[in-house]
Design a protein around this ligand. Sequence first.
Ligand code: GLU
Length: 278
Amino acid sequence: MSITTRFAPSPNGFLHLGHAAAALAAWRRARQAGGRFLLRIEDIDPTRCREEFTDAILEDLAWLGLDWDGEPRVQSRHLPEYRAALDTLAGRGLLYPCFCTRAAIAREIAAAPAAPHGPDGPLYPGTCRALSAAERAARLAAGAPYALRLDMARAAAEAGTLRWHEEAEGWCAAEPARFGDVVLGRKEVPASYHLCVTHDDAAQGVSLVTRGEDLKPATALHRLLQALFGWPAPRYAHHPLLTGPDGRRLAKRDGAASLRGMREAGMRPEAVRALAGG
Ligand code: GLU
């Protein structure tokens, strides 16, 4: 069976060795199987992403010797599709507007005797889920900024029991309820990473998702969205993250050696590929 893999970087900095390893892993899997390797630019957050980094990503990957099939999919050019997906969930009563500021949520959590925690930290206490229809309408009419949250209890009940196939482990139980009422859209960021990534993996026919193990827990949420929309579930292969000399994972914020920097220092692409595991 032919496979389709993808590399889906966010253009909020230059690619580093960890990205090279992730891109190579996806590329190799596709090429070895005679399948497709796709590139997707996850630039949905205009507050963090810059076009110059998108250009740099394409250039750095080509320099490494990677080729991809078709045009890269650039998420910011597909906003109406994500909007439509959110509208579908809203139409089924699975979303609600949340007017809470981050500070208000933090205060409420601090005041709670035992605030439940999920994989991403304390769970949203559900304040705006409990608003009356009239109160909600009044705030929307007043133009108050809001985020769109998933009503997790309803969504999880609709989706039923979920699991995903993890290559090295077999079937894993997906428990999205541990994340609580996640945000799927905002005023300044039209749709969340979780929504866009699952939407696009389905839209692009991705059959094998290879990515860093930091995103493994989020797979439970991705399975939930796939189930709610009736999208096919790809198989998953999460790989360990590359670490720096200090043992911590490489990250853009630490100025981890960028591919660009290595190239400017005179390194050959083959040498960088060897450092990135092939
Ligand atoms: N855009 C995400 C990142 O750069 C990766 C998304 C994914 O592979 O699912 O961290």
